[in-house]
Write a protein that binds this ligand. Structure first.
Ligand SMILES: Cc1cc2nc3c(=O)[nH]c(=O)nc-3n(C[C@H](O)[C@H](O)[C@H](O)COP(=O)(O)OP(=O)(O)OC[C@H]3O[C@@H](n4cnc5c(N)ncnc54)[C@H](O)[C@@H]3O)c2cc1C
Length: 495
């Protein structure tokens, strides 16, 4: 066995790093605080149903996608289905847009909704595709940004091609400036549609979203969006299985409460009072958790940006989980839908994302039933020290339910079980401080050269997960895990 490596947290980021390292002979121990693997992409079971807690829409399973690269490298297999019809977006009752995988079909479909702006939409997507094509070239090598040492600078420069220069004028732009250059203002219905897409992937809207990343986020659906049988937790469980198969250990119900360094060794204590020793530690917890678990003297050695971000709030999620009786009306519905309010507010039930289990996915529901996960963004601070917590929760549930009826008109007669979770619930089950999820909004001030690196000044302490570059979603978390793996193995292995 090689060097001993401790991983704090069994989310997609930490498990990706752990499994890749285990494959290469490192001695891995993953300590996970909860009862389940996968964190925000995990699951829970109730009354014979299995509910994905958060992440449901799979990206990165196409050729060259990060999950596919990791899965193939480790010789694993996941049953996923590429969606031709990715989702339906309802702008209240006013407009229903089908998001289609094929780029040209999607463009033509959008043009049919916005007849008067056909040329502007075409011009906008041409720019999106141009930007996204350039970024995709960089994604082959997956350089780390911001580079922290000579090797990372060299690797970044080697990843660039002359055509990467096309990206430079957009580094300091927002996606709204791109929309404006094509004639769309903030209050245009098309901008509203774009904002609905961005809030789910970039955690912010066009007004603040970094332009290049926004372009990639809008285009990545067309590379491939996938339904994963059972749910995205399947990836987490496969990675855990792989770690164990390679001789590592992965333990649930082990919440790390203290991290310290003695000599060259990292020493972790969990809530049961057990201690764990390793030469490296990988934190797969949000940066906010470091303030709680890392020895204060070590925490103070982190750069100011890290310490500041550890106190900067991010979004929370309010989620509803429903078990539904199957009937023919569900067969006609897409598996993923969004409902956006006309006021262009994008949180607390004004914007909801719905994920229905596929008919026959018996990992999630027995035959004759389906499960539905609904989520909306919410301000986490509003849920703590709230006087009327129960009433507020009920009110938001009702609001979400009303919007859900736009997407699933027959839902009222089909519900056989329902449950909801506020940021307080998220905090309890994922141990993320204040239930903050999704990482930092990908604004100009938080992304690219302003992101947090996986590398820290603390020797052999590494960071991964959605608050670390490149952030956002299971693909972002997985890429950061890969970056940790690549740095520990001295860039000797590429997947
Ligand atoms: C409602 C919602 C919907 C989403 N939808 C999608 C989607 O459709 N597609 C998509 O790609 N992404 C989606 N995402 C985002 C995606 O789920 C996350 O970005 C990603 O899963 C984060 O992975 P991670 O490795 O950073 O961290 P996490 O998933 O948070 O994992 C961290 C793990 O560490 C554990 N932990 C925390 N503290 C400790 C401690 N002290 N000791 C031990 N263990 C600890 C936690 O229990 C957790 O299991 C969604 C997120 C949410 C909240």
């Amino acid at each position: 066995m090689g060097e001993k490596i401790l991983v704090v947290g069994g989310g997609i980021g930490g498990l990706t790093a752990g499994a890749l390292l285990a494959e290469n002979g490192y001695d891995i121990t993953v300590l996970e605080g909860s009862n389940e693997w996968g964190g925000c992409a995990g699951k829970f079971s109730r009354k014979g149903f299995l509910f994905p807690v958060g992440a449901t829409l799979g990206m990165g399973f196409e050729k060259g996608g990060i999950h596919k690269r990791v899965i193939d490298y480790l010789n694993l297999s996941v049953t996923s289905q590429r969606l031709d019809h990715i989702m339906t977006v309802h702008i209240e009752n006013k407009m229903q847009i089908q998001v289609l995988q094929d780029r040209l079909e999607h463009l033509n479909n959008l043009k049919s909704h916005f007849q008067r702006d056909k040329l502007a939409i075409e011009a906008f997507y041409k720019k999106i595709w141009k930007l996204s094509n350039e970024v995709k070239k960089l994604m082959i090598k997956l350089p780390t940004i911001p580079p922290q040492n000579m090797r990372e600078w060299t690797f970044l420069l080697q990843s660039l091609s002359p055509s990467s220069l096309k990206l430079f004028p957009y580094i300091n732009q927002t996606l709204l400036s791109l929309l404006r250059s094509c004639g769309f203002e903030e209050d245009h219905l098309f901008t509203q549609y774009i904002d609905g897409q961005l809030i789910d992937s970039m955690q912010t809207t066009s007004k603040h979203c970094q332009c290049i990343l926004g372009a990639l986020a809008l285009d990545i659906y067309h590379e491939g969006a996938f339904y994963v049988e059972g749910g995205l937790y399947v990836i987490a469980e496969l990675l855990v299985h792989h770690i164990k198969e390679k001789g590592g250990q992965a333990l649930k119900r082990r919440k790390v409460v203290n991290v310290n360094k003695k000599g060259n060794e990292w020493v972790l204590s969990d809530q049961k009072g057990d201690t764990w020793h390793g030469s490296h530690v990988i934190f797969n917890v949000p940066i906010h958790s470091l303030r709680e678990i890392l020895n204060p003297a070590l925490f103070e050695q982190l750069p100011l940006k890290y310490r500041k971000n550890a106190s900067t709030p991010t979004w929370g999620a309010f989620t509803m989980y429903l078990a539904l009786k199957e009937d023919q009306s569900l067969d006609k519905l897409p598996l993923f839908q969004q409902v956006i309010s006309q006021e262009n507010k994008l949180s607390d039930g004004e914007h909801i994302f719905l994920s229905l289990s596929k008919k026959g996915d018996t990992l999630r529901a027995p035959n004759g039933f389906r499960t539905l996960t609904i989520s909306t963004h919410t301000d986490v601070n509003r849920w703590f020290n709230m006087e009327n917590y129960k009433e507020n929760k009920l009110q938001l549930e009702q609001k979400i339910f009303n919007r859900t009826q736009i997407a699933i008109p027959t839902i009222e007669d089909q519900i056989i079980y329902k449950l909801s979770g506020s940021p307080k619930t998220w905090e309890r089950f994922t141990h993320r401080p204040r239930g903050m999820v999704g990482g930092f909004p990908q604004t100009r001030h938080n992304s690219l050269f302003y992101s947090l690196s996986h590398r820290t000044p603390l020797k052999n302490a590494w960071l991964c997960g959605d608050s670390i570059f490149p952030g956002a979603g299971t693909i972002g978390a997985s890429v950061s895990g890969y970056h940790v793996f690549r740095s520990i193995t001295n860039y000797n292995i590429q997947i």
